[in-house]
Design a protein around this ligand. Sequence first.
Ligand SMILES: Cc1cc2nc3c(=O)[nH]c(=O)nc-3n(C[C@H](O)[C@H](O)[C@H](O)COP(=O)(O)OP(=O)(O)OC[C@H]3O[C@@H](n4cnc5c(N)ncnc54)[C@H](O)[C@@H]3O)c2cc1C
Length: 387
Amino acid sequence: MTMKPLDLFGVDALLGDEERDVQATVRRLVDDRLRPQLPEWFESGTLPREVARELGGLGLFGMHLQGYGCAGTNAVSYGLACLELEAGDSGLRSFVSVQGSLSMFSIHRYGSEEQKQEWLPRLAAGEALGCFGLTEPDFGSNPAGMRTRARRDGSDWILDGTKMWITNGSLADVATVWAQTGDGVRGFLVPTDTPGFTANTVHGKLSMRASVTSELVLDGVRLPASAQLPGAHSLGAPLSCLNEARFGIVFGALGAARDSLETAIAYAGTREVFDRPLAGYQLTQEKLADMTLELGKGMLLAIQLGRIKDRGEITPDQISVGKLNNVREAIAIARECRTILGANGITLEYSPLRHANNLESVLTYEGTSEMHLLSIGRALTGHAAFR
Ligand SMILES: Cc1cc2nc3c(=O)[nH]c(=O)nc-3n(C[C@H](O)[C@H](O)[C@H](O)COP(=O)(O)OP(=O)(O)OC[C@H]3O[C@@H](n4cnc5c(N)ncnc54)[C@H](O)[C@@H]3O)c2cc1C
């Protein structure tokens, strides 16, 4: 009898009934309805908008938020859903992260009651899509330098600037856009049919291909005063949204790793080299055992951080620990699994290299690995080495 990698850590016993149910439901959705189409979406460089209805129908958008049509689950359940989505493709998890943790969270935490009523139920159902524009062509790791400006004209606001690398930008109905004002950074809800707003899809990506990434151009976009997010008073507001999305990545990246490892184990069991199954060679077993250790340790870390988050005690530095470790280990696992698949591993027929390529983006977005290293370094020493 063989065991699944995470069974060796007794992970299931750490989860409650509801958490296991959420995980099983999302795994079924991914395996039965989405996985068969993922290679094609990856190859054609798209993720069809219709997927939103399916994900919304299961209550996956903003599932950890309360009210306004959101499911209101705990953080661990949200994390497990991210894990199962990313076991399909990081593009799927990004879709849900951006909708729930960036677009919806920014409205839920910082929006007016009117903004919440207008957008959250439709975003939760997947009837409307949101995006989150913080990064600019010249300012990614250091968003404080952003050049997008919002200026007053009577009671209206006028926005000018360019946002870059925005997930779902060309699909979105509403964009949360962060801009400098004379009084610091503020957030605005921009309906994407507002004159002066354009979204241009980025082509030629080698990573995160089953996901739409866009440039947002704001050219004299006029918004009423009611478009401003009234609760957001500084750069801390968008950074708090990023923490929500990063938490999902702590679990999500492990989904890509688990799927790669399960694929490699299955392949090694049937592939014969030198007249014996590849799985029977010590070099293969060393790879599989080492990867299992890192996957399991990452999972225990993710669950521990989820429990801390559910107590309302998690800090950004703790999320940095999880994001840095789990993405770094996941990409190493996906690459190692690819070696076990030999030449077959470079095709879309098998998932590990698709996962590894996707994880290149995950390594970079929501704070690069270097930024998380520096955050941990600051927490340990008290010295900020960012500049
Ligand atoms: C597929 C994808 C989707 C994305 N989706 C979104 C989205 O929806 N919304 C959004 O706002 N953004 C999004 N981003 C942007 C992402 O958040 C940024 O790419 C990220 O913050 C890094 O910024 P940058 O690319 O400008 O790199 P840079 O900041 O230019 O960094 C380049 C390199 O320099 C290193 N570096 C930077 N500063 C330091 C330092 N002080 N010390 C040492 N090294 C340093 C970095 O770690 C990195 O290795 C997305 C990106 C990708 C790839």
